[in-house]
Design a protein around this ligand. Structure first.
Ligand code: C5P
Length: 402
């Protein structure tokens, strides 16, 4: 059996002595059934010739961003879309810094910026360069953005020093890539329905009641579900975010619109993730004309909105249902009460207020399910979303085994 059958691996080779090991890497990837397209930086070509990789990969090696001939065969955006995974091996300190800075000044950085496929780096550099705080900071930024690190290993280096900075061996890289694809495929063929953002509850034609949800968590979960191979429908309240490419997006404004959109989709969903901050109340009277200012107190009467999450969980053939609980205190008690009370499969709870949760790029979650719990410590919402999606996939498959 081929572990990487039909997987399309875009192998970026950057300038480091470990580049010579990538000839063996290409051979092994092909042996496992992968299609391999090599892209080399200028530095890499100082160590190995493109012809070596061309012979082993069976494809012309890409080296230039502005090459009429190569672009005519497959443009760089097309190439970025072609890849199921981008593996940069060896990843030099310079390349890592350029990726962290978001540069797109050569073919490989441009491909990394343009791809939605997972990016894995196999760093290879002198131990001092790896330990340098600048490199550590760059690696941290990249990890937060979901870039995956393979290695580096610790041991003897080509420069004569010993320590961390050695590129993993080709066999280890093939193994790591195989595991990555297994994880990536965990929700292939499953339909995931996600709600995100706030809702806006109409007061009159120009005013509404809303909340401070940015939608970032829901959008990051959408991306994580797509990365896990799922078919994703995102039902979103009004937010200032670009929906991830590949998701089917339904825009809504009010809680009632969100409920209608969710109930229309829930029957087909395998997993439902309620990340939206749905308004608990809407105005009892929806004024047809703008409410005039007067000197006296204005009273708005509010009526409860339907609890969409509880409605989905109560369906006869309910999807695997995941709720969120944003609390200002007693996180554990409230979250566990909601898990049981709404008959959920899982709940992800976070503290809000005092600079936590809303309107922030990072988050920390306490996740509970029947018979288990897990803490996901503070990290970028993208990273938290990937971890939560892995937990969801674990529990979902566990439930469906029985
Ligand atoms: O009970 P509480 O509103 O704190 O529960 C929060 C969870 O319920 C979130 O997952 C949210 O998306 C969902 N919810 C809902 N419909 C509502 C209110 C909350 O689906 N009307």
């Amino acid at each position: 059996m081929y572990n990487l059958a039909n997987k399309r691996v875009l192998l970026g080779v950057t300038g480091g002595i470990a580049a010579y090991k990538c000839a063996e890497l290409v051979r092994r990837l092909r042996e496992q059934g992968a299609e391999v397209q090599v892209a080399m930086t200028r530095g890499a070509r100082e160590f190995v010739t493109p012809l070596t990789f061309q012979a082993l990969s069976g494809r012309p090696v890409r080296t230039e961003l502005f090459s009429n001939e190569a672009e005519a065969a497959m443009g760089h955006i097309e190439l970025a879309r072609w890849a199921d995974c981008v593996l940069v091996a060896p990843a030099s300190a310079n390349f890592i810094a350029r990726l962290a800075a978001g540069l797109a000044d050569d073919l490989l950085t441009t491909l990394c910026l343009a791809t939605t496929a997972p990016i894995a780096l196999a760093p290879a550099m002198n131990v001092q360069m790896w330990n340098n705080p600048a490199t550590s900071a760059n690696v941290r930024v990249l990890k937060e953005r979901g870039v995956i690190l393979f290695g580096p290993a610790t041991g003897d280096q080509a420069c004569g020093e010993t320590g961390p900075g050695r590129m993993l061996e080709p066999g280890q890289l093939v193994e790591a890539l195989t595991l990555l694809f297994q994880r990536e495929d965990r929700l292939r063929g499953q339909c995931v329905l996600i709600t995100a953002g706030p809702t806006q509850e109409t007061i009159d034609p120009v005013r509404y009641i809303s909340n401070r949800s940015s939608g970032r968590m829901g959008y990051a979960l959408c991306k994580a579900a797509l990365n896990a191979g799922a078919e994703v429908t995102l039902i979103t309240g009004p937010v200032a975010l670009e929906p991830p490419a590949g998701a089917r997006v339904v825009q809504v404004r009010t809680a009632l619109e969100m409920r209608d959109a969710v109930m229309a989709e829930a029957g087909q969903a395998d997993i439902y993730i309620a990340a939206a901050a749905v308004a608990d109340y809407r105005c009892a009277e929806d004024a047809a004309t703008k409410i005039k200012k007067t000197a006296g107190i204005l009273t708005l009467r509010l009526t409860p909105n339907p609890d969409i999450l509880a409605e989905v969980a109560a369906l006869p053939r309910a999807p695997f249902t995941v709720g969120f609980a944003a609390e200002t205190e007693s996180l554990r008690e409230h979250a566990k009460a909601k898990l049981a009370g709404k008959h959920l499969d899982m709940i992800a709870a976070n503290l809000v207020g005092e600079g936590k949760g809303f309107e922030r790029p990072d988050n920390a979650l306490e996740v509970y399910w029947q018979g288990g719990e897990r803490s996901l410590p503070l990290a970028a919402k993208e990273r938290i979303a990937t971890q939560l999606m892995e937990l969801i996939a674990d529990r979902y498959h566990e439930k469906n085994k029985n």
